[in-house]
Design a protein around this ligand. Structure first.
Ligand code: PMP
Length: 463
């Protein structure tokens, strides 16, 4: 039992934590983070950690970035709050929409703001349904997502999220409009001797079968993360999207790229869809849009969809959607500054320079006896811990091996994120330098050795 200081006591008595085992939290206690600088954060005991997850995959510029802090303070002094309802507007939202249109790798007519990744995906779902009603095809409403996808936790976006804990016992998915196609994870999904290319082809064929079984006239869109984040940092085969796209086009199904994690340089291109040759109709962005400094997200709307929204407005008299804080002026001012910094500081160039260093150290973890797969792109990656490398067999889930390893990382001063299937994600601030990358992986390697000792000593095995 941890000795609790008073901050920990107050936490336990008063806070309900998201994505936490609430039954064991009172014994385990919180880690209270009190400050951050660059890629490092400190807890209330003075211990330092490399923030290997950039918070929740979001703090691209790390901690204490004065330019962002100043942008917030300046806007707050000038106009702390106003909104975009009923034709009201403000300069930060206008400028941010302009800048997003400029850098978006797809045709955009308008930008609609929300506050979180979940809200942006939720909003886009509504827009797609609204669009198909306006187009006079009310039966074309089903949405294809993927097993292990993560698109959020609101009632609609959690219905897109293909992870059991997000749905089970919440009575989700909300209805039978949500379909799930394969997770394109070659490591586990490939048949013996199947190449990555053939595997991608089979994923596409399975998608087409699903579409034909359900009826293409009932399917409106497919949502996809370029790299699946919370589902396990899963990188699809290189030709995956090239193969599924013609099938979507053939059946008049729209493609959404969820850039909530992959957007703004994470995969060594400005957007993840560019890295994987996706040709999406819509994108949603959040997180690194403001470097996580304030909540803001956005949906891009192509011209035909915007025209349909205008038609509906003519009919109904308004566009009946909006959040009090959507496009909040302080968040928008910080995001405008963040977009300026991405360009001015050539963050993309930096990520491209760091990518080989980061990915080489990540790949080298595959030499460790516990690591079955270590993959990534740009400055994001995942590893999978296995009991049997040859048979690709996982440990019995009751052993909680990835959780143990993440706890050892924590002990060694590194924040990583254990995910389902004994996968562990790493996704540091984009400003991380070579020495910091090496220190991150040195700590990671020590934690893996600790985990191997634990597994050996306790004779932990596959299920
Ligand atoms: N989409 C993706 C790809 C995400 O990773 C997340 C959050 N991790 C979301 C959507 C939901 O974002 P939020 O937590 O801001 O609602």
């Amino acid at each position: 039992m941890t000795v609790l200081n008073s901050t920990a006591q107050r936490d336990i008595e008063n806070l309900a934590h998201p994505y936490t085992n609430l039954a064991t939290h009172p014994e385990v206690g919180p880690t209270v983070i009190v400050r951050g600088k660059g890629v490092t954060v400190w807890d209330d005991q003075g211990k330092d950690y490399i923030e290997g997850m950039a918070g929740l995959w979001c703090t691209a510029f790390g901690y204490g970035e004065e330019a962002l802090i100043e942008a917030a303070a300046e806007q707050m002094r000038k106009l702390a709050y106003t909104h975009l309802f009923a034709g009201k507007s403000h300069e930060p939202a206008i400028e941010l929409a302009e800048k997003l249109k400029e850098i978006a790798p797809l045709p955009v007519s308008k930008v609609l703001f929300a506050c979180s990744g979940s809200e942006s995906n939720d909003t886009l779902l509504k827009l797609i349904w609204y669009y198909n009603n306006a187009k006079g095809r009310p039966e074309k409403k089903k949405i294809v997502s993927r097993h292990k996808a993560y698109h959020g936790v609101t009632v609609a976006s959690a219905s897109l999220t293909g992870l059991a804990p997000v749905q089970r016992d919440f009575d989700l998915p909300m209805n039978d409009r949500f379909l799930y196609t394969d997770c394109p994870h070659y490591y586990h999904g490939a048949e013996p001797g199947e190449s990555a290319e053939d595997f991608a082809g089979r994923m596409a064929a399975n998608l087409e079968t699903l579409i034909e079984t359900e009826g293409p006239e009932t399917i409106a869109a497919m949502f996809a993360e370029p790299i699946m984040g919370a589902g396990g940092a899963i990188v699809p085969p290189a030709t995956y999207f090239e193969k599924i796209q013609p099938i979507l086009e053939k059946h008049d199904i729209l493609l959404v790229t969820d850039e909530v994690i992959c957007g703004f340089g994470r995969t060594a291109n400005m957007f993840g869809c560019e890295t994987f040759n996706m040709k999406p109709d819509f994108m949603t962005v959040a997180k690194a849009l403001s470097s996580g400094y304030l909540p803001i997200s956005a949906v891009t709307i192509p011209e035909p969809v915007f025209e349909a929204m205008q038609d509906e407005s003519r009919k109904i008299g308004t566009f009946g959607h909006g959040y009090t804080y959507g496009g909040h002026p302080v968040s928008a001012a910080v995001a405008v500054k963040a977009l300026e910094l991405y360009e001015k500081r050539n963050i993309l160039g930096h990520v491209r320079e760091m990518e080989p260093i980061f990915q080489t150290r990540l790949k080298a973890l595959e030499d460790h006896p516990l690591v079955g797969e270590a993959v990534g792109r740009g400055l994001i990656g995942g590893i999978e811990l296995v009991a049997d490398k040859k048979a690709k067999r996982n440990f019995d889930t009751r052993h909680g091996v990835a959780g143990y390893c993440a706890a050892r990382c924590h002990h060694r001063g590194l924040v990583v994120r254990p995910l389902a299937g004994d996968r562990i994600a790493v996704c540091p601030p984009l400003i991380i330098n070579e020495a910091e990358i090496n220190e991150l992986f040195d700590r990671y390697s020590r934690a893996l050795d600790d985990t191997l000792d634990h597994v050996t000593k306790n004779k932990l095995t596959a299920a």
